[in-house]
Design a protein around this ligand. Sequence first.
Ligand SMILES: [Zn+2]
Length: 173
Amino acid sequence: MEYLCVKCRRLAETEQCPWCGSRETKEAEGSDYCYLSEWGGEEAGALADLLNLNSIPFQTRKNPCDTKRTYYSFFVPYRALEDAKDTILTQLSGSRAAAEGARDDSGPFDGDEVDRMEMVELDGMSLEELRAYKDRLNRTLKWVRVQEKEWKRRTTVLMDMREEAENLIDEIS
Ligand SMILES: [Zn+2]
């Protein structure tokens, strides 16, 4: 089952959104608009044309950014998401759009990725790639902070339960 984050409209496998940390998630339904990807400049226009051409309804949101390029997040209905992804892959990949337009939209780094992280990875990255990498670092840090908070709360529960168990053991034995 896929969950849809009500806040950022990304799909997740967990009830808590790994992107923004929101607990406001719901079961994704066909008509729910879901995050597709983020595109800038001319490429955003090209994607809009393609989606129109393929009769895929979409919504866009202008993103605040610190670069000269304006980026737009594209959202399409859940039922059309795979079609929309195919459209991008088959018709926009290999073009300048695929190379420059799409920003890295992968999730937070996992533990293994962080363990293997070395400065050398940054060498040779373009400005665009570096920005995407930094975004991903920020996303991971945000996710870690959410997890820390969660486990702090859970620690209290664990300790309470341990105390209760200890008391019961003392009573019975
Ligand atoms: Zn979210």
